[in-house]
Design a binder for this molecule. Sequence first.
Ligand SMILES: *Cc1c(COP(=O)(O)O)cnc(C)c1O
Length: 468
Amino acid sequence: MQNLLRHIPKVDDCISAVREDPDFDNSPVLLIKKGVRTVLEKKRQLLLSGSKIEAEGLSLPALLPLIKNEIISLEQFQFRRVINGTGVIIHTNLGRSVLPESTMDMLHQAGGRYSNLEFDLTTGKRGSRYSLVENLLCELTGAEAALVVNNNAAAVLIVLDSLTHGKEVIVSRGELVEIGGSFRIPDVMARSGATLVEVGATNRTHLKDYRAAITEQTGMLLKVHCSNYRIIGFTSAVSNRELVALGKETNLPVFEDLGSGCFVDLSQFGLEKEPTVQEVVASGVDVVSFSGDKLLGGPQAGIILGSKDIINRIKQNPLNRAMRIDKFTLAGLESILHFYRDPESLYTNIPTLSMIAAPLNDLAERANTLLAQLQSSVGDVCTLEIENVMSRVGGGAMPEQNLKSKAVVLQPVSMKISVLEKSLRTLEIPVIGRIEDNRFYLDMRTIAEDELGLIASGLGMVLNGQGD
Ligand SMILES: *Cc1c(COP(=O)(O)O)cnc(C)c1O
C-alpha cells in the first residue's frame, strides 16, 4: 500500500496539467488547487481503507478527468434553474411562481439602478417603501389599507402579535393547519404571545362554539384556509358573514389567513370555486393575509389587507422592520399587480395563471412535439408514450384539485428508472419529473415551449451517453 500511495501524483503536477486545458483558463488557481486536493485525498482515503486500486488508476492521465469534473462542479452555481416536469404548478420546492418577462425587466432595473425605494418624488423628502404598492392593492381589492411583509407566515405572525399579544385567539379545530416546512398555526401563535383557544370538533364547528368561548381575555376570532387538506363527509364550518357578525357584536376583530389568496375566479378551468380576495374583503373581515407567490403569481411576499386603524397598528409594530420586503419584491409585486387591472390579459401574462388556463389541446400538441424529438434521438433505447395525467395547482393553494393534462412517459430498455431520474437531476439544467409504476413522467403543463429542446438533448445525453 505504501508503494501505491507513492503513485499518487503531486499536486503541482496536477495543477499544471489542468492549466494546459484552455477550458480552465478562467478558473482561479485556488479553485483548481481545491479540486486537485479533493480528488487526490479521496484516492488516498480509498487506499488507506484497503480498497484495491491498480497503480494505473492513480496515474495523472487517469485522474485528470476526475479532477476536471471536480473543478467544474466547484464552479457551478448552487442555486440554479431547473425544468419542472412534475405538473405541480406552484411547487414550493422548485421556487413557486415563475414571473412574467416584463416583471423581470423591473427586477433588473431595481437591482442595477438607484430607485425611489424610500424617497418621495413629490416632496423630495424621505418616503415609505410600503406606500408604493398600498394604493394599488386597495384599488384592486377594495381594502381600506394594506401592508406587505416578507411572506405569509410573517404576515400571520405580525397580525397576531400586533392585535392579540397576551390575549386569547379563537380558532376552529378543523383549521389548525400545518403547511410544511414546519409552519403550524398553533406554533406561530405561541410565538406571537397569543393563546390559542380551539373550538368545535375536527369536522364540525358551529357559531355557538365560538360564542361560548368568548371571554374577557379574547382578542380575536381567527379563520384559517384549509390549504393542503380537506375535511369531507359530515362537516360544518362557520361562514365569514356569521363570524363577522359575531365579531361586530362582541367588538372583536376577525382575521382570515387565506393562504393562497386569488384575485380571480378559477372555476372556469374546472377548479372548485374559492372565495376571491375581493370577496373576502367585502365580507367585512377586519384583516386578511395571503402569499404573493402562490395563486397571485408574483414574488415571495405576505400581503395584509385591513382597516386603516388595524394596518396602522401593524405598521407600528417593531417586528415590521424585521419582516420588511426588499426592493426586488416591491418591483416584482407592483409589476404583477398592474396586470390585475386588466383581467383579460392575466391568463396570457402571468405564468402561474396561464399554466392553470392552458387548454388540453395545447398540452397534447406540446407532448407530440417532444415525442417526435425523442423518437429520433432515444427511440431505440426506451419506450415512449403520451398519457393522460392530472396536474396539480400545488403550493397548498387548492387541495385535491386537479387539472387534466398530458405527459410524455419514458421507460428505458436497460437503464434503471432510478438511474434515469438521478441523471436527469444532475444535468447542467436539471430536469425534474416523477416516477410512477417504474416509468418516468414529464407533465407538459409546467414545461415551457422553449424547454422541449433542452429536455430532448438532456435525455439524449443521459440515455445515449452523449449529446443529440
Ligand atoms: C402557504 C400558507 C401560509 C404561509 O405562506 P408563505 O407565504 O409560504 O409564508 C400560511 N397560511 C396558509 C393557510 C397557507 O396556505
